[in-house]
Design a binder for this molecule. Structure first.
Ligand SMILES: [Zn+2]
Length: 142
């Protein structure tokens, strides 16, 4: 059910003001695989919108929504998290001079955004640093 292409050219899509929505598998994100408890069916729901802002800067506006399970750092039992966030990023090529930092940057792979990697970065930023059961009744170690 991968309904969003994994490589997208932001400049071309911004000219066309394209929007995408769809899902990708959480298990396709390598770095996250080390953190969360495996559940191969979990999907990350994504919305992306490409456009040029009023100063003609190419931007990607996006949002993600995912349910995942992390191990409690006290008792190691699973805790379910609903994570969602929205973001605005500006594509940045390695051959490009660093412009003014109006937005956070997403590094381009040649001319394309690697969608998996971009969303994975955003999810990693949202993960709780030290997940524990908020309610001690659920925690196996009191
Ligand atoms: Zn716990």
């Amino acid at each position: 059910m991968i309904t969003i292409p994994c490589k997208l050219n932001p400049y071309r899509l911004a000219k066309q003001s394209r929007e995408f929505s769809g899902s990708i598998f959480l298990s396709s994100m390598q770095r996250l695989n080390d953190v969360y408890l495996q559940d191969n069916g979990s999907l990350v729901h994504i919305e992306l919108k490409f456009e040029y802002d009023s100063e003609n800067v190419c931007v990607v506006k996006g949002r993600f929504d995912v349910k995942l399970e992390l191990p409690c750092q006290r008792c190691l039992q699973k805790i379910a998290f609903d994570l969602s966030d929205s973001f605005i990023l500006s594509p940045y090529g390695l051959d490009q001079k660093m412009g003014k930092m109006k937005y956070d940057q997403v590094i381009l792979d040649v001319d394309n955004i690697d969608v998996n990697q971009m969303i994975e970065d955003e999810i990693l930023l949202c993960l709780p640093y030290f997940p524990t059961h908020q309610n001690n009744n659920y925690c196996q170690i009191n």
